[in-house]
Design a protein around this ligand. Sequence first.
Ligand code: ADP
Ligand code: MG
Length: 259
Amino acid sequence: MSEQMTNAPRKKMTVSDEVAIEISGMNKWYGQFHVLRDIDLTVYRGERIVICGPSGSGKSTLIRCINALEEHQKGSIVVDGTRLTSDLKNIDTIRSEVGMCFQHFNLFPHLTILENCTLAPIWVRKVPKKEAIETAMHYLEKVKIPDQANKYPGQLSGGQQQRVAIARSLCMKPRIMLFDEPTSALDPEMIKEVLDTMIELAEEGMTMLCVTHEMGFAQAVANRVIFMADGQIVEQNEPNAFFNNPQSDRTKQFLSQIL
Ligand code: ADP
Ligand code: MG
């Protein structure tokens, strides 16, 4: 891969044999609607997993079940050794390990960028204010917008706001990051800057699950691509095999539409 190529990681990324997330026999219903069916998924530390599939296939629901934004009804989800139950203490433990970044950045519009990044560490984690500010500035530098710290979200571009959202998650020091279509609300020229931030995270060994349609990112960064349809994991493979030799007809049909 040439050095000029965008969205290409520069470092070799390794996967450990330590389990980060273990999902077994997981099912979820919205009322009568069976949205996730028999999901089995083991995520190892350091993995960069891209989840793709048609709209409505359950990708967001799966991601949201992992940090208990949605409840599952059957099977189990274990994150860093903690089994997700309705016990609020367990949910807190898991949320402290798992950061999340959505399509819409959900920044607080009336707080500055810096305040957006320090709010949860100060109020949820009880981190002293000075330390929270130092941490926030560290991550704002990492996502390359320390100079925007005292502005309000509305004064930033979409790409900058999404990078703030990522920095804000990182301020909670998560061991796993979940991304749900983080670039799909962005103008094309802003997509790269957000993907570049995600690549840097990957290079540092962050365990990542990303729902995205950015197949270039999947090719370059993912170690595994998962294809979902109708609430099931239909197929998964390392990116080369996934894109060049898809097995199921559903996957072939999906790829023919997006590639
Ligand atoms: P994807 O992210 O793959 O587009 P989602 O997980 O958002 O899919 O949705 C999967 C299915 O569940 C869709 O049919 C959607 O309409 C339905 N769904 C999503 N959220 C809810 C909800 N809160 N209540 C009822 N149905 C929902
Ligand atoms: Mg979705």
